[in-house]
Design a protein around this ligand. Structure first.
Ligand SMILES: [Zn+2]
Length: 290
């Protein structure tokens, strides 16, 4: 699938697929009869522009808001390019405040990785997305509109519910649910915590988050760095993770018992990905006890 071209998801939703080369997340435009809201700003002005320029060919209703799912660089470095009022959870604003005025040079990034306030994966991707001179284009800005628990945007016949869900990946994570089309934009909410020496999921946190996510009753699920998924695909993948989280709790963090139970339950030899996710849950279990 061509990751550089805008795709239509439904009558009211267009999106630009994720691009793993420089960790670009999915960007989306949701339109009602009156206005359009953009989901996530992109990881650079160039990323934002590539979506913005293509959108001009669709004759959408006026773009009026930009919604940010969480504070991570790949979702916000394109903010200024949109020149739109931005709405985000209040914790997202607080996190973005910490990014303003930071030095994004190679030396400063390397120093932050060494001191543990940045991680190597993000530093490497920032260097790749912003080679040399382009680094000056990094200019985080703050959202003008914030909400605590939830907010609603009426686009004209199409309603977007913004709901804070938190989670280990980013405590400020908020999702966007398009009520009439039952499409749920998850951002990275279901990802593991990454700003840590080892990636992790606290099993209890993950299980609570899953319950919250499932309560929307969505038909289509969009995680920022994956392809859109139907309810069936999503439930299949998430059920396996639910079992892993539960097995880690049931076996009180005993790796061998967990892997034995999981390979029996999944009826296959565990893949590298399976083992990685189990390790994240084990790490989260240990952290939570500590
Ligand atoms: Zn993220």
């Amino acid at each position: 699938m061509d990751k550089k071209t805008v795709k239509r998801l439904t009558d009211h939703i267009l999106y630009l697929p994720a691009d793993h080369d420089t960790d670009r997340p999915i960007l989306a435009a949701i339109s009602g009869s009156e206005r359009t809201v953009i989901v996530d700003a992109g990881n650079s002005p160039a990323h934002a522009r590539s979506f913005l320029e293509q959108l001009s060919g669709f004759g959408l209703p006026k773009m009026e808001y930009l919604f940010i799912t969480h504070w991570h660089w790949d979702h916000i470095f394109g903010m200024k390019e949109w020149n739109l009022p931005t709405i985000a959870h209040r914790e997202t604003k607080r996190e973005l405040q910490k990014l303003i005025g930071l030095d994004w040079s190679d030396a400063a990034l390397d120093q932050r990785v060494a001191s543990g306030t940045e991680i190597a994966f993000c530093a490497d991707m920032i260097k790749k997305e912003f080679p040399g001179e382009l680094r000056h284009a990094i200019e985080p800005v703050l959202p003008q509109l914030t909400f605590d628990s939830q907010a609603e945007i009426d686009l004209g016949g199409i309603t977007c519910l913004l709901q804070h869900v938190g989670g280990d990946h980013a405590q400020d994570s908020a999702v966007l649910f398009v009520k009439e089309e039952k499409v749920l934009f998850l951002g990275d909410a279901l990802g593991p915590a990454i700003y840590a020496p080892e990636r992790y999921y606290v099993p209890e946190h993950f299980l609570a988050l899953l319950e919250q996510v499932e309560s929307f009753g969505a038909a289509t699920y969009i995680e920022s760095h994956l392809f859109p998924q139907t309810q069936e695909q999503f439930a299949h993948d998430l059920n396996e993770m639910r079992w892993m989280a539960q097995a880690v709790l049931d076996h009180q963090g005993g790796r061998e018992a967990v892997t034995a139970e999981m390979s029996q339950r999944l009826n296959r030899e565990l893949s590298r990905d399976d083992l990685a996710v189990i390790s994240y849950f084990l790490e989260g279990y240990r952290k939570h006890l500590a």
